[in-house]
Design a binder for this molecule. Structure first.
Ligand SMILES: [Zn+2]
Length: 270
């Protein structure tokens, strides 16, 4: 177990101390939360100058560990990325990574990460660089979590296990349909290449994927969508998905939709 990374302020940076008690201990002649300017760092000892609307010429020494890191600085970070961004972000590890903290108080105060060699201010709210990690330290400081999000409004439909047409598989066969209609499979396929309107109008036949001329098609027992599935069936599915790491949640906007997300650590702290 290595010690957490220590925040090291830049020379000239305006800082405060971490705790009320730190002021009493190290700066007893100053008021609490006085501002200080970092003038020198020698190992674990920082020389600071009291700042009070202007430089005061009053110097103090405080331990490095007592300096408060800026909001947004952390010993380690997790970068959350969409699946298609994973490789791009992992590629930044070899370039060094710059961390910027949002100063938009009205928002969620997010943190922005950028490759060090291309770290121009991305947006007005990310005005402050709060951390800058060279390539050799990136594997210790950053981990990458892949966030998958799926809309499950009507994607995860479940067949009825007691369905007499598909026996719970969710797929009916053309052979079965042909038998019901007293037609050959060839006749059926021929008809199905005709305009689909009549089939689409028929509630009982869903022809999803028919065009690839597979021998099966989706059974009509797969009814409704996740939203209308019924509470207990839904809860069962949510539980099943949770075993695979999916977090399923209801989005209450518009008419309400369901979404599931999964976080996978693709690069952990080393
Ligand atoms: Zn069925």
């Amino acid at each position: 177990m290595t010690l957490p990374r220590q925040y090291i302020p830049a020379i000239g940076r305006r800082v405060t101390l971490q705790l009320f008690a730190d002021y009493h201990q190290y700066l007893p002649t100053l008021t609490v939360w006085s501002h200080l300017t970092v003038r020198a760092i020698d190992g674990d000892i920082v020389t600071v100058e009291h700042y009070n609307a202007k430089d005061t010429g009053e110097f103090f020494t405080v331990p490095l560990a007592a300096i408060a890191p800026p909001i947004g600085w952390a010993p380690q970070y997790t970068i959350h990325v969409k699946p298609d961004q994973v490789d791009k972000v992992l590629g930044w590890f070899a370039r060094g990574i710059v961390v910027r903290q949002s100063h938009d108080m009205s928002g969620s105060m997010p943190t922005a990460f950028q490759p060090m060699d291309n770290s121009a201010q991305p947006h007005w709210q990310f005005c402050e660089v709060t951390d800058s990690v060279p390539a050799e330290d990136c594997r210790k400081v950053f981990r990458v979590a892949k966030i998958e999000t799926e809309d499950i409004y009507d994607v995860y439909l479940v067949p009825q296990s007691d369905c007499t047409h598909c026996q719970g598989t969710g797929r009916r066969t053309l052979a079965e349909l042909a038998k019901i209609r007293h037609e050959s499979i060839a006749e059926l396929k021929h008809k199905m290449t005709l305009p689909l309107k009549q089939y689409e109008l028929c509630e009982a036949i869903r022809l999803n994927g028919y065009a690839d001329q597979t021998e099966t098609f989706e059974c009509h027992c797969i009814l409704g969508n996740f939203r209308t599935l019924g509470r207990s069936k839904r809860a069962k599915l949510i539980k099943e998905w949770a075993k695979d790491g999916w977090d399923t949640h209801y989005i209450p906007y518009a008419y309400g939709t369901w979404e599931r997300t999964k976080e996978t650590i693709v690069q952990d702290w080393e």
